[in-house]
Design a protein. Structure first.
Lengths: 390, 329
């Protein structure tokens, strides 16, 4: 009987649309392993589900950026300076339907203001092709190829480009640059969060599991670090990195700097879970039956709070991305020729550039989308983290 | 109460000492120093470098001495003479440069804090009492905008629209004629006119968290039995809400004023660099770029000290409001 009540309570937590499906098989929930319960709960959070797909897409773009980008991000095409985002049509001026195409653009310079403008010439259509040859690269750094996801065929590429997000002052394709920027910006978010996870788990674990003096010291350290305003501190530390360092080393240094504050958030979560778990009956039982400390932690405690850690990790990544963007934006983080979203946004600092070509803000949109997606996914994970709570 | 305040102030001292050590060491990390790079710059421009003068400057700033000696010189100067060192780039004492900028940063931080509270408290209370209503969803959407769009990006967006649609430049905190003018009433009014846009930008970024906290805390509080009891006794809904649950839900709010200030200072720093406001941000950035160490160090030290003082004030307020804290401590 108690089993039934338990099962029913879980069913209630699943929402109406699934109630019927699941109520017929109440036992299904009762015997479901925790990860399945988590998944059922997670998939109820629609925004979290959508965000997960968005993030998968973003990371795929980051991994295969050479393939997705139609142009070399560093190639300055002088004939295409500050081109607005190219419109993609599927219907021509006579109302005929076509495979997606772009019109030939005619460039004109205002004799007085010297402002460049581009007008569509509706008599020449350039159909967009998939898997077109373009600049040569090595896919995932291994296989040399020159095939790109989309673009114009080589014979048309001379006169016209397909710039999804326009081009910058030097005529470099913004879309390609954002794809490449995703690689550094998104990977640094992950890297610094994992680094802070290592510090956080070790120090938070000591703090929560042993308590006493160690706990007091670690907590004071955390409070102290949080007292210093983050951005001024990060600015000071990244200014300490010599300007002639190669990109890889600056990348690594920046990751370390970001983790320096990030670990305090992870440590708090880990400590809280340890404190709550220490008093649980199953831990006491394990201890009484003679399990070693390390076994208790790894075998019994860790699985029960792993989901919380994953949720906390996800919620921390956006901060890392925002900090990296902010620092690179003001010129203290990654520097050109490295391409990250923050570096790209530097272009928008120039008021003239911003007014003439507002699409230089596009990297900002990429930042916002990824930050929001991580937040939604983290919210969903947090709700799903404890499938037995209601 | 007095004993409590004294104890809290005493606890502050080691924190401040630690902050000063961290600030100073962080600035010693970069290789080289201002004078060396300055001399190198002069040489590349083909100018004569007066080694004699350089050496006397080195001596004056205690360069080449062990780091703890330099640190001690700096800190003892601050404590005994209020001397924050010399800014090498500006050729002026640091103390002449920082106070006005620090004051503006504080003004902006406090101003945005007030805006946030003005938004977060009523909206959070409404959200919690009208859970799952349309305004509740709208407010969640609003708070996600705050979470996702950082202040410096808002600054860029607003700058763009102000420039193209309204034809005004939102950069700066003063009208042109007041920039270098001494402080007068007119200058103050002029500043207030410019302050609200940056204040609002910083508030947008930081209100979201507070809105969510208010809502979550109040929801927890409203489910407690004492609320039920008060309702059963016939207390009016309005009094029932504002007198107890809201006050309890506000507690964590005030206890984190210090960290909240620290977050705002971070947002203000980045935003000010975009809008070139006369706050600490742009000047600190420039000082860091040129290794003007005393100026940069003073900013880091003072901004952190500001958070410490903010925490102190919030602790005192909290103890004053909540007897449990006062007696426990």
């Amino acid at each position: 009987m108690a089993e039934l009540v338990e099962a029913e309570r879980v069913v209630e937590g699943q929402g109406i649309e699934e109630e019927q499906e699941l109520a017929t098989s109440g036992e299904k929930i009762y015997v479901a392993p925790p990860w399945k319960l988590m998944w059922w709960r997670f998939r109820k959070h629609k925004m979290a589900l959508i965000s997960t797909w968005v993030l998968i897409l973003l990371y795929l773009v980051a991994i295969f950026c050479e393939f997705v980008a139609p142009y070399d991000p560093d190639q300055a095409m002088i004939q295409f300076k500050q081109v607005p985002p190219t419109k993609i049509h599927i219907r021509d001026s006579e109302g005929q339907w076509h495979w997606p195409f772009v019109y030939q653009h005619i460039r004109s310079v205002d004799p007085e203001t010297l402002r460049i403008s581009y007008v569509e010439d509706t008599s020449i259509r350039h159909p967009i092709r998939l898997f077109v040859p373009g600049f040569a690269y090595k896919l995932v750094g291994l296989w040399p190829t020159n095939i790109h996801l989309f673009g114009l065929p080589p014979e048309a590429a001379e006169q016209q480009g397909v710039f999804l997000l326009g081009t910058d002052r030097l005529g470099r394709d913004m879309f390609a640059r954002i794809c490449y920027g995703a690689r550094l910006s998104l990977s640094m978010g992950l890297a610094s969060v994992f680094l802070s996870l290592i510090f956080g788990v070790v120090l938070g674990g000591i703090s929560g599991y042993y308590g006493g003096r160690a706990d007091v010291i670690i907590q004071r350290v955390i409070e102290f670090i949080r007292t210093i305003p983050t951005i001024p501190l990060y600015m000071t530390l990244s200014a300490a990195m010599p300007r002639d360092w190669p990109i890889e080393r600056i990348y690594f240094g920046l990751t370390m700097i970001l983790a320096l504050v990030g670990w305090t958030w992870m440590a708090r979560v880990v400590r809280g879970r340890f404190l709550a778990m220490r008093e649980e009956d199953f831990v006491l039982a394990a201890r009484l039956s003679g399990s070693s400390e390390i076994r208790i932690i790894l075998r019994h405690m860790l699985p029960s709070f792993l989901s919380y850690i994953i949720a906390a990790l996800t919620l921390n990544i956006p901060n890392m991305i925002l900090w990296e963007t902010g620092l690179s934006f003001i010129g203290l983080g990654l520097r050109p020729p490295a391409i990250s979203w923050g570096v790209l946004l530097q272009e928008a600092m120039n008021l003239r550039s911003l007014v003439l070509a507002p699409w230089v803000l596009a990297p900002g949109v990429a930042v916002v989308v990824s930050v929001l997606a991580f937040n939604f996914m983290g919210d969903g994970l947090r709700d799903a983290a404890d499938p037995y709570a209601h | 109460m007095f004993a409590y305040i004294v104890r809290r102030v005493l606890i502050m001292i080691p924190t401040l000492i630690l902050i000063s050590i961290v600030s100073f060491t962080a600035l010693q990390l970069p290789p080289g120093d201002y004078l060396t790079s300055y001399a190198a710059q002069l040489r590349t421009m083909g100018e004569q470098v007066d080694e004699e003068a350089l050496n006397s400057l080195r001596e004056r700033y205690g360069m080449g001495q062990p780091i703890y000696v330099q640190y001690w010189k700096w800190v003892s100067g601050i404590i005994t003479r209020g001397d924050w060192g010399q800014s090498m780039e500006w050729q002026k004492p640091v103390k002449e440069l920082i106070w006005e900028r620090l004051g503006l940063t504080v003004a902006l931080a406090v101003f945005s804090l007030l805006i946030s509270w003005g938004i977060a408290i009523p909206m959070g209370v409404y959200s919690a009492t009208h859970q799952y209503s349309i305004p509740d969803y709208l407010m969640s959407a609003f708070s996600f905008l705050g979470v996702g769009v950082p202040a410096f990006l808002w600054a860029l967006i607003i700058m763009y629209f102000a420039q193209t649609k309204l034809g005004i430049n939102v950069g700066g905190l003063f009208s042109e004629k007041y920039i270098n003018a001494p402080w007068t009433w007119d200058k103050f009014v002029d500043m207030l006119k410019h302050l609200w846009i940056p204040g609002l930008i910083v508030a947008i970024e930081n209100t979201a968290g507070e809105l969510r906290t208010t809502r979550a805390n109040l929801l927890d509080e409203l489910n407690k039995p004492y609320v039920e009891l008060a309702r059963a006794k016939g207390l009016s809904e309005r009094k029932l809400l504002w007198k107890y649950p809201v006050r309890v839900a506000m507690n964590p709010f005030f206890s984190t004023v210090g960290w909240s200030l620290a977050n705002r200072i971070s947002s203000i720093t980045l935003m000010s660099i975009v809008l070139s406001l006369q706050t600490t941000g742009p000047m600190q950035l420039r000082a860091l770029m040129s290794q003007d160490m005393y100026l940069a160090g003073s900013f880091l030290l003072l901004l952190s000290a500001l958070t410490v003082v903010g925490t102190l004030i919030s602790d005192i307020l909290l103890a004053w409001v909540d007897p449990r804290i006062r007696l426990e401590a």
